[in-house]
Design a protein around this ligand. Structure first.
Ligand code: UT7
Length: 317
């Protein structure tokens, strides 16, 4: 694949750490020191599908193609008001596309999984232009009485248009089932036949365990894709990592002995936007003019499952 356009969108309401400290027992100092997050944009009166459609339209405009040129829409999404139809199908209508649409859920790693699926469609010749996107509203999954999770998240959407090309140098996705460390469970409609006890569990996360697994898996995946691509860690222009916690990314940066400039950050502004964090950050880099042809970008993400994914792609827009 080759990336030919990017886009992103986020809700208008900014929630600062100080705002949070007015409604729960937390502080700007704690959140900043433990996570690197200063503010997050959170959904108030917006609908996720509108943010997703805005990100998609921006990516199309950036690519200079029309919605009718898109052969497939793949959207990563964990939870959303509509269980069905999918975000991608709703976006299809909003942007005026007419193509197969599918959502996938691999938690915060979903965007890398979406890239993997898109590459397979491109390689088999089933598609020429694909809208690969992620739209997430994790602030609707957390318990707002649980200060250890609710301060971490923000909402948003990111998208990119990909076409046929040789720029994806390596990709690796993985999953190792572990329900205990990270889950969100919702209650389905009751029926006259259900006899088991069911409960709604807002997002639960064993923070330290997830932290350790994230660091180990991200390092492992990045080294694997570097090796598959026959590249050295210094060949990478930017490590565009999932924006969950600054300390996780900084730990990886230290292990790679790299300059901070190679590890761009936007979690300070947006918090953890789940699988939307990588395409949102990619779009920011693109719009700020920081990417030039020939740059090598390494993506890496991890999330509930426990799923992980990493890839290396050359920027050649
Ligand atoms: O994309 C999904 C993947 N998720 C992640 O990547 C998250 C990975 N984990 C983390 O980022 C970190 O583990 C957290 C930021 C979630 C937590 O940081 P931590 O350094 O692991 O803190 P902790 O859970 O060990 O808690 C330390 C203390 C506790 O108090 P005591 O028991 O020491 O008295 C917590 O109750 O901090 C307390 N605490 C808070 N204090 C102020 C927890 N949340 C807060 C808070 N404000 N918001």
């Amino acid at each position: 694949m080759r990336i030919i356009g990017t886009g992103s969108a986020h809700p208008k309401h900014t929630l600062t750490n100080d705002d949070l400290s007015k409604i729960m027992d937390t502080s700007d100092e704690w959140i900043r020191e433990r996570t690197g997050i200063c503010t997050r944009q959170i959904i108030t009166d917006e609908n996720l599908e509108d943010l997703a459609a805005e990100a998609a339209q921006k990516a199309l405009d950036d690519a200079g193609i029309k919605a009718s040129d898109i052969d497939y829409i793949i959207c990563s999404n964990v939870a959303y008001e509509y269980v069905t139809p999918t975000v991608s199908s709703i976006v299809e209508g909003k942007i005026g596309a007419s193509c197969p649409c599918v959502d996938l859920n691999a938690a915060c790693s979903g965007f890398i999984y979406a890239i993997d699926f898109a590459e397979a469609l491109l390689q088999t010749g089933r598609a020429t232009n694909i809208l690969v996107m992620a739209a997430e509203e994790p602030t609707r999954m957390v318990d707002w009485n649980d200060r250890s999770t609710c301060v971490l998240f923000g909402d948003g959407a990111g998208a990119m248009v990909v076409t046929r090309g040789e720029e994806l140098r390596a990709i690796k996705v993985s999953s190792k089932s572990n329900l205990d460390v990270l889950h969100y469970k919702r209650k389905l409609e009751p029926t006259p036949f259900i006899t088991k006890e069911e409960e709604h569990i807002p997002l639960y996360m064993a923070g330290q365990e997830v932290f350790k697994t994230a660091v180990t898996c991200s390092l492992r995946d990045l080294l694997a894709v570097l090796s598959d691509a026959g590249l050295d860690k210094n060949d990478i222009t930017y490590y565009v990592l999932h924006q969950a916690n600054f300390r996780i990314n900084d730990f990886i940066r230290h292990r790679f002995n790299m300059d901070p400039a190679k590890f761009p950050v936007n979690m300070d502004k947006y918090g953890n936007t789940s699988s939307a964090s990588i395409p949102m950050l990619l779009d920011e880099l693109n719009r700020e003019g920081k990417l030039k042809n020939g740059d090598l970008l390494a993506f890496s993400a991890f999330g509930a499952g426990f799923t992980t994914g990493a890839c290396i792609i050359e920027w050649n827009k």
